[in-house]
Design a protein around this ligand. Sequence first.
Ligand code: PA5
Length: 429
Amino acid sequence: MRDVFLNTAGIEDFIMEDELLALQPAIDSAHNLLTEKRGPGSEYLGWLDLPTTAMTQVPEIMQAAERIKATSDALVVIGIGGSYLGSRAAIEALGHSFHNLKGNATKVLFAGHNLSSSYHADLLDVLQDMDFSVNIISKSGTTTEPAIAFRIIKDLLESKYGREEAKKRIYATTDAQRGALRTLTEQEGYTAFAIPGDIGGRYSVLTPVGLLPMAAVGIDIEALLKGAMQAREDFPDPNLSLNSCYQYAAIRNLLYRKGKAVELLVSYEPGLQYFCEWWKQLFGESEGKEGKGIFPAAAIFSTDLHSLGQYIQEGTKLLFETVIKVSKPRRELLIPHNAKDFDQLNYLADKGMDFVNDCAYKGTLQAHTQGTIPNLVIQLPDLSAQSLGYLLYFMEKACAISAYMLGVNPFNQPGVEAYKKNMYTLLKD
Ligand code: PA5
């Protein structure tokens, strides 16, 4: 996709070209580990070919999505981490900004991504008055947060519709063979979707984990997969001067070596907030281990320029920014003329609001690079399903290469167990 590209002008004052080219051997060895499937975690490389293989599942997913739409005002998506962030990212990025308040489209409500009793009790209030279905998503089938939420919401489903109808409204996405959720799914006869064994949670957005909730709210999942397929085809060559996905991995690695320990992913579109959350999990869980890794943070501008802007401009110089810049907004909006010009903004009358957003972007880029914050820009042509699919795959591949360059296993997350162990001990005391 020619229109998605990496603009590196904002790092030229921080990185010399020969420094970048010197990373070619490190890129080559990361590339070989990945493509020859001999790096740590190589049993979790199913995502590499997923854009193509997932295409065959589209009819089955669409059928389930149509059933959800026909029977339900809302779909409750129960999952945590990689089991909900990908679908939420796509739904927020591609849908109407107020999709749950708009028209008759199926609403989507998320549960089981926290342990807040207030959140879930409030959700039950809302669900009392709605026809709803549930998509419980858990690869292990034993994660505490979604398991508790499923118990609670299943009770409501059964009291509302009776046991048999409730079963028809439950869609389970879980491991093909193992786990408590798989066992329950077989016993109860829920509509089931399998998460391939060779795909970990944070790499599962293009499996039914992400695709079913997206399809249920009307996202064109075929276009999303086509975008991902295109990205899969665009980056086969490890040559750094030809591969922008690997350039991104190499540049962030170089900036990290120069003391930039925080990467701030920035967008000027609030719809990308959950894409940023998805990206945070992807890079945070993949790289942050063995005392190493860039801390992935995110901000929406210009919103956060009014909160974090001061720190970014003049605070400790520990971060670099990666901006996801969308060339064409999903919708245009003109600034109206005002006869009294009470706010003295008539010079902007009849200009698009996106023109102002674009000037904020250009002004910020200039101020931040001059304030010694390296800036990378990933230019997206638009916020379409195809462009988003492309970006998802671009990030997945860049992340795997980045982690291999760092010398860590991109596909495990041993550190996540520490809090769980303590919590289980406390729960059983
Ligand atoms: O990346 C991962 O594997 C994790 O963050 C999981 O996505 C998260 O813990 C949810 O796990 P599960 O789908 O098994 O409930």
